[in-house]
Design a protein around this ligand. Structure first.
Ligand code: PMP
Length: 418
């Protein structure tokens, strides 16, 4: 009898049968509050009726029309609609299927557009597991170790992680920008640097928001040296952080935006957006894949955009994120094992540390498992597994946030009292 690869080690024993809104039901009918949203994917909740209806209608019309051979209306409509929510000027779009593939596309495009090779990333970054994306990823050795040689030309500069550096945010930004300038003077000449890649909130690296001043500093350097600023909004896009895009609050405009996850509420589709002057440097055939821009996924993405707008989910993300954050801080204030609570919008985390401030992955794992037993599904983060993160669907309401917080308080109590 065939079995799943052991690489698919599960954090919880839940065997999901169906999902509805913020809940997952197992095969015995047990209900779980899903504060993982399939790692930030089911933005409009599980099986939102409008998304289901749009996908079902499209399945009966055209499932797949390969975009280099025939064009289809859902892809054209999605392109128009994304143009309305993207920063002005980023009006050329290109589609693939997953976050990693979109990162690969952005990497290829950055090289095509600049004629330069190197990329700058930051400590704790996560951009995916395919070989180019893995070379850009520094959030944990399990993505890289044993897979070398990885793509050369990736320079890692410190992320302004105020808590980990033990600095104020302003000092952490000044430190990280100084280090970046040092890298540009010593390791990757601006003449060789194609792009800098950054997540507006470090995702797998621990839910650390990028200070606005840091993104602004990157924009200045990109302009000064002629490299591209790429924001990887795979996890932070589509309202997740309380604004439509994670970079928005800093006031900067990136050169390339990468989006996936929340884009189609669970259907596999991803996109990159760039100005015409950048995108026109990608010659036909150099980018893309068989399933890119799948018609059913496009229909689901269009319905997702409708639901986000009709149900005001970006504002809900900001309001419920704030409520969640305050509740997490309250739990953190009575548990010294929780060293830091942080995040933006509905992307919030609690970091577990030992008495000397070292990462405490064991307690975080106990809290996650206790929560699953109590009916609340949560995620942990690399590199030490000591950050427990909450990323519920954007449709979550105040009552559900409060229920999750109650279950969280009880689960932390269980995890720390043994
Ligand atoms: N970039 C970011 C910021 C991500 O969070 C992820 C997935 N966690 C990826 C890229 C890779 O996406 P995928 O798993 O769809 O390949």
């Amino acid at each position: 009898m065939a079995e799943l690869s052991p690489v698919l080690k599960q954090a919880t024993p839940v065997l999901a049968e169906r999902g509805e809104g913020v809940h997952i039901y197992d095969e015995d009918g047990r209900r779980f509050l899903d504060f993982t949203a399939g790692i930030g994917v089911t933005s409009t909740g599980h099986c939102h009726p409008k998304v289901v209806a749009a996908a079902q209608e499209q399945v009966g019309k055209l499932i797949h029309g390969q975009y280099t051979t025939v064009m289809h209306r859902p892809l054209l409509r999605l392109t128009e609609r994304l143009g309305e929510v993207l920063p002005q000027g980023l009006d050329r779009l290109f589609y693939v299927n997953s976050g990693s593939e979109a990162v690969e596309a952005a990497l290829r495009l950055a090289r095509q557009a600049t004629g330069r090779q190197n990329a700058i990333v930051f400590t704790g970054s996560f951009h995916g597991r395919t070989m180019g994306a893995a070379a850009l990823t520094t959030s944990g050795t399990k993505i890289r170790a044993g897979f070398g040689p990885l793509m050369p030309g990736v320079v890692v500069s410190p992320f302004p992680h105020a808590y980990r550096l033990g600095m104020s945010e302003a000092d952490a930004v000044a430190h990280a920008l100084r280090e970046l300038d040092y890298q540009l003077a010593t390791t990757t000449s601006p003449k060789d640097t194609a792009a800098v890649f950054i997540e507006p909130v470090l995702g797998e690296g621990g839910y650390v928001p990028v200070p606005d001043a840091f993104l602004q500093g990157l924009r200045e350097r990109a302009d000064q040296h002629g490299f591209l600023l790429v924001t990887d909004e795979v996890q932070t896009g589509f309202g997740r952080t309380g604004t439509f895009w994670g970079h928005e609050r800093s006031g900067i405009t990136p050169d390339i935006v990468i989006t996936a996850k929340g884009l189609a509420s669970g259907f596999p589709i991803s996109a990159i957006a760039a100005p015409a002057s950048v995108m026109e440097k990608a010659w036909p055939g150099s980018q893309g894949g068989t399933y890119g821009g799948n018609a059913v996924a496009c229909a689901a993405a269009l319905a997702t955009l409708d639901v986000i707008q009709e149900e005001d989910l970006v504002a809900n993300s900001a309001a419920q994120g704030e409520r969640l954050r305050q509740g997490l801080e309250k739990v953190g204030s009575v548990h010294p094992e929780i060293g830091d609570v942080r995040g933006r919008g509905l992307m919030q985390a609690s970091e577990f540390v030992t008495a000397d401030g070292s990462p405490d992955g064991a307690t975080a794992a106990r809290a996650q498992q206790a929560a699953a037993k109590n009916g609340l599904l949560l995620l942990t983060c690399a590199p030490h597994g000591n950050v427990v993160r909450m990323i519920p669907p954007l449709v979550v309401n105040g009552e559900q946030v409060d229920s999750a917080l109650e279950l969280w308080a009880a689960s932390v109590e269980e995890a720390t009292s043994s």
